[in-house]
Every structure is written in structure tokens, then in C-alpha cells.
Design a protein around this ligand. Structure first.
Ligand code: BJW
Ligand code: ZN
Length: 239
């Protein structure tokens, strides 16, 4: 393992273009539950029944309760050593891009700047009817949150199952995956599309893949170096 970390370290320090893809696992050590696996949100809540447009249509109050609970959790969460290590990495590597599936905003809080948020951000709300979009950090958000322009219901600015990702954002991420020399995958089960497909895309275009995860993911069979362990323990060693 020590040898593998050294090898990964050399590759990262020599790379001219690093693209990173993060998932819920990078925020686990900040006390934010992941989705799948032990301790994951899926065990307590049927996320498939909460993180969908159908669920919101049927019971917006319940869905807002779920997001208010997570807003409270995230508002108290601190960046962990993994977030901080990625912020340092952005300072050191000339071409650096961080693609995240997370909606918690912790990468920005840690100091990263070139971030692509594939699934939105929990601190933003948007109107279900018009184009109103705004940051709103109130915890909890009083129900029902209404649009100041048209009085229709506001929703979290996140991507639910069955919803398309913002095309401009997705295209940006595709370009960053395709042009990466090294592609670092951290704390994702690599099961949710189209985010996971970025890994295969990077591989196809010749990137060197490095993964950090305490458990093997769907991507593990195709990575060049698999560093088994927690992001908060391994990433600081890498830099
Ligand atoms: C640690 C750790 C530590 C633990 N250190 N690691 C093709 C094939 C099959 C299905 C589909 C397909 N294309 C689309 C679909 C459907 C669907 C999908 O992918 N389903 C799969 C589940 C099969 N995709 C969609 O619906 C997407 N939309 C779409 O494709 O639209 C098409 C369309 C076009 C035109 C019109 C209409 C539609 C949208 C997907 C949106 C995902 N949304 C969520 C919720 C976001 C909001 C919220 O948070 O509330 O995003 S679901 C959830 O999963 C969340 C996450 O970002 C995402 C990924 O999860 P992630 O990050 O990988 O977390 P986990 O929990 O799975 O894994 C954690 C990992 O961390 C584990 O590996 C641990 O071991 C590890 N770990 N501790 C490091 N300390
Ligand atoms: Zn509106």
C-alpha cells in the first residue's frame, strides 16, 4: 500500500492536467451520511421515493422535511482533511478541475475554485414554474417556500432521479474528463449515471485512473491504482 501511495504521488506531481471526481464518501468523515452502503441514507429513508420529481409532486412537505434535515446536518459539518487536501492540490497543479456529485458545498468551503457541481447545490432554491433561482441558507426553510416572482412553490436546486443534468454543466464535465491526463476518483460507488460514465470516458481517452475508496466500487476493475482506505487518511498523504 505504501508503495502504491508513493507511485500515485509521483504520477500526480508529474501530471499537467488533473481531473477529480468526488462522491458522497469524501464527506462521510465530515459526518454527512453517504447514500448506499452501511450507515447510508438509503437504509433510513427510501431516497428513491424522496429524491424524485414524482415524490415532490405528491408530497412536497415530506420532501422539504428531508432536505431541511440534511440542510441542518450540512450546515454544522466541517471540511475534513480530504477536502482540505484537494484545495491544496488545486493550488499546486496548473490544470485542475474538480467534478463533484455532492450537493453539500464543502469543496468550495475548503477553498477549491474550479468546481463542477453535477447534481446541484442544497443551498440554492429554484421555482417550480418560472426561472427564479437564488441562494438561500436558512435552516430550516419555512414551509411552503414560495417564489417571490410568481408565488409558486420553490424546490431544492438539485438533480433528482429521472431528471436530466444541466446540459452545459454536463458538457463541461465531459470535456474535463476527456482531456484529463490523470483522473482521480474519490468516494463514489460509481453507480449513478451519467456521472459514473465520466470515469469510462476518461479511461477511453487515455487518462491514468487512481481511485480512493475503503470499498471497491463499480470503477475499481478498470482503475490503474486502487488505494483502499478513507479519503481523509489517504489524500493528505498524497500531497
Ligand atoms: C468513502 C468513505 C470515506 C464511504 N472515504 N470513500 C443508464 C443506466 C442505468 C440507469 C440510468 C442510466 N442513465 C440514467 C439512469 C437513471 C439514473 C441512474 O443512474 N440510476 C442508477 C442508480 C442505475 N440516473 C438519473 O436518473 C440521472 N438523470 C438522467 O440520467 O436523466 C436522463 C434524462 C434525460 C432527458 C430527460 C429526462 C431524463 C440523474 C441522477 C441524479 C442523482 N441524484 C442523487 C440525489 C442528488 C440530490 C440529493 O443529494 O438529494 O445524487 S442520487 C445520489 O447518488 C446523489 C449522489 O450524488 C449520487 C451518487 O452517489 P455517490 O456519491 O456515489 O454515493 P454512494 O453512497 O453511492 O457511494 C459512497 C461511496 O463512498 C461508497 O463507495 C463508499 O465505499 C465510499 N466511502 N466512506 C472515501 N471515508
Ligand atoms: Zn416563480
Amino acid at each position: 500500500m505504501h508503495e502504491e501511495i508513493k507511485k500515485a504521488c509521483k504520477i500526480i506531481s508529474d501530471t499537467k492536467k488533473l481531473t477529480v471526481l468526488t462522491g458522497a464518501g469524501i464527506s462521510a468523515e465530515s459526518g454527512i451520511p453517504t447514500f448506499r452502503g452501511p450507515g447510508g441514507l438509503w437504509q433510513k429513508y427510501n431516497v428513491a421515493e424522496l429524491a424524485t420529481p414524482e415524490a415532490f409532486k405528491k408530497d412536497p412537505k415530506l420532501v422539504w422535511e428531508f432536505y431541511n434535515w440534511r440542510r441542518e446536518l450540512i450546515s454544522k459539518a466541517k471540511c475534513n482533511p480530504a477536502h482540505k487536501a484537494l484545495a491544496k492540490l488545486e493550488e499546486k497543479i496548473p490544470k485542475f478541475c474538480l467534478i463533484t456529485q455532492n450537493i453539500d458545498g464543502l469543496h468550495r468551503k475548503a477553498g477549491n475554485r474550479n468546481i463542477i457541481e453535477l447534481h446541484g447545490n442544497i443551498w440554492w432554491v429554484r421555482c417550480t414554474r418560472c426561472s427564479f433561482l437564488k441562494e438561500d441558507r436558512r435552516v430550516p426553510l419555512p414551509f411552503p417556500p414560495l417564489c417571490p416572482n410568481c408565488q409558486n412553490l420553490l424546490r431544492p436546486h438539485v438533480v433528482w432521479f429521472g431528471e436530466p443534468l444541466d446540459l452545459d454543466i454536463l458538457n463541461l464535465a465531459i470535456r474535463e474528463a476527456e482531456t484529463a491526463e490523470t483522473f482521480l476518483i474519490i468516494g463514489t460507488s460509481a453507480t449513478v449515471q451519467p456521472a459514473a460514465s465520466l470515469i469510462w470516458l476518461a479511461k477511453e481517452k487515455g487518462a491514468f485512473l487512481i481511485e480512493i475508496n475503503p470499498e471497491p466500487s463499480e470503477a475499481t476493475p478498470i482503475v490503474d491504482i486502487y488505494l483502499k482506505g478513507k479519503a481523509g487518511e489517504i489524500l493528505p498523504k498524497l500531497i
